[in-house]
Design a protein around this ligand. Structure first.
Ligand SMILES: *Cc1c(COP(=O)(O)O)cnc(C)c1O
Length: 521
């Protein structure tokens, strides 16, 4: 085997393609699970041929003569460990292949003329990645059309930082089929196809009504948090393209293991790596991926200028985490589906819970129109490798009970309070809190995406800072529980939920309501 010293490590301007690892000119592209393990970790890039990339802690690098570098000058601008992370992230989001195609179309020779680095950038947190995208695209006085139930930190940045500091304005829009359903019933004589068109058009109209001449970003998150409703990415991409506005998707909840929005027409993906990408609740990080050269250059400029980059240690932890992303997220999604089904099939009839939210859940005869459209959308959004695996497990879009679509599940516990308005009272969380405190295995904590199961009360925890009237309009109340289902043994998880639900709902003063809100929904 030839020894490749670290000196053959490429400068950021010419990331090697994973496909050339074995010397073949154009071997077929490797599958997602393979790329997650090998891209960025090619042994010949390490001084000792290590199969795990080195953690390069140097803050500065020798110059063999002024300006004569091996591609690295100062760690904030470029670091080998971070570069390895950026390469694997670009590969997993599908951004690297799309970038090559875009460069080719522009007549730029990637190997010699492209100095923009990999098609993904790593940040110190998801919030830093969000701030970078908003600052780069909305600039001074721009306008953002954002999905309504966007991550709290994202709306905080839009409204309380970009707003006052740069005159950026944001309009929040419900982009979901639930929103359309609330608007009115179907027309009796309508064919299914016509009805679909009308529902899609209703979402398009909502977004287009919000677009202004100065709109610079359409921002969506899917599934949303904490209600786990979906936003039709393809449909939004067509609106965005028609108006020449970049569509930005926060892909934190799906991760590229389950959804690759760039393949569905989004311009930019942002994510918090703190969640599924990291997967062990032990590293903070963020990322941006885009195949559009001009945007990539802007983001990279700001990455260096803001300086919110991850340390080499954190970059390495994430590289290590990504190697098991495929396995982890498969188990998360199998457990997530099992929990959602148990809640719907056992918890709802026993009047312990109502309104179970899980994108792939099939509620059979109880399914509403919006729920059906969401389920179909969850299937459409599965990235090609995820859909292949889901099908290999025997699931189809119409499988009874549903199909695996991630590890997040939300539901309302039945507290016995029948008045929806009273459920906005922070004093009304007694039963929900008894449930959360009675759990033995699920950890009562914020965040998500780690191997361990977590449970939380959005009203007082993750969404405690959201304006109460906005919170109410999103459906967040004293009964809403959000679960991040981990990869423990499913029987242990179900037993934990069952025991604590019975304890909370039938114990104490909060007797389960026998009427009030409709069973199932
Ligand atoms: C956590 C999260 C963020 C912010 O990421 P940090 O790493 O916590 O800064 C952004 N978007 C979503 C959807 C998140 O869940």
């Amino acid at each position: 085997m030839t020894f490749h010293s670290a000196s053959t490590a490429p400068p950021s301007s010419s990331p090697p393609s994973a496909a050339t690892t074995n010397g073949a000119a154009h071997p077929p592209p490797h599958a997602f699970a393979t790329r997650a393990i090998h891209v960025g970790s090619e042994p010949h890039l390490s001084a000792a041929n290590g199969v795990s990339p080195a953690i390069d802690l140097s803050t500065t690098y020798l110059q063999n003569g002024v300006g004569n570098t091996k591609g690295y000058e100062y760690t904030r601008s470029s670091n080998p460990t971070r570069l390895a992370l950026e390469r694997v992230l670009a590969s997993l989001e599908g951004a690297d292949v799309l970038l090559s195609a875009n460069l080719q179309q522009e007549g730029v020779d990637e190997a010699t003329a492209w100095e923009g680095g990999p098609a993904a950038l790593a940040f110190a947190s998801g919030s830093a990645a969000t701030a970078t995208v908003v600052s780069a695209l909305a600039g001074n006085g721009g306008h953002i059309v954002s999905v309504g139930d966007v991550y709290g930190g994202t709306s905080r940045f839009m409204l309380k930082v970009a707003g006052p500091l740069s005159g950026v304005q944001t309009t929040f829009v419900d982009m979901s089929y639930y929103g359309v359903e609330k608007d009115g019933e179907g027309i009796e004589s309508e064919t299914d196809e016509k009805r679909r068109e009308r529902e899609d058009q209703a979402i398009v109209d909502r977004v287009e009504r919000a677009i202004r001449p100065e709109t610079k970003i359409i921002w969506a998150e899917t599934p949303t948090n904490p209600m786990l409703s979906l936003v039709p990415i393809r449909l939004l991409a067509s609106v965005a393209a028609r108006h020449s506005i970049p569509l930005v998707i926060d892909n934190t909840f799906s991760s590229p293991a389950f959804a690759q929005p760039l393949l569905l027409g989004a311009s930019v993906v942002v994510a918090s790596s703190t969640k599924y990408l990291g997967g062990h609740s032990d590293v903070l990080g963020g990322m941006i991926a885009t195949p559009i050269p001009s945007l990539l250059s802007k983001f990279r400029f700001l990455q260096n200028a803001h300086g919110a980059v991850p340390s080499p240690w954190d970059s390495w932890l994430l590289i290590r985490s990504l190697k098991t992303l495929t396995l982890r997220t498969r188990q998360h999604s199998l457990n997530g589906l099992a929990v959602a089904r148990w809640l719907f099939e056992v918890g709802v009839p026993q009047r312990l819970v109502r309104d179970v939210r899980y994108p792939g859940l099939h509620r059979g005869a109880h399914e509403s129109r919006a729920q059906k459209r969401e389920r179909e959308l969850a299937w459409e959004h599965l990235s090609p490798h995820a859909r292949k695996w889901v099908e290999q497990q025997g699931y189809r879009v119409d499988s009874p009970g549903g199909f695996p679509s991630g590890g997040m599940v939300s539901f309302h516990i039945r507290s016995g309070v029948d008045d929806r308005e009273k459920l906005q009272d922070p004093e009304a969380t007694g039963v929900a809190e008894r449930f959360l405190e009675g759990l033995g295995l699920f950890v009562l904590a914020e965040s998500l995406g780690g191997v361990e199961s977590l449970a939380e009360l959005p009203m007082k925890m993750t969404h405690g800072g959201v304006d109460p009237s906005h919170r109410a309009s999103l459906g967040i109340d004293a009964e809403l529980i959000r679960l991040s289902v981990g990869i423990e043994d499913i029987d242990d998880l179900l037993r934990d939920l069952e025991t604590s639900l019975h304890h909370a709902v039938s114990g104490g003063s909060g007797k389960a309501s026998q009427d009030g809100v409709e069973a199932g929904q």
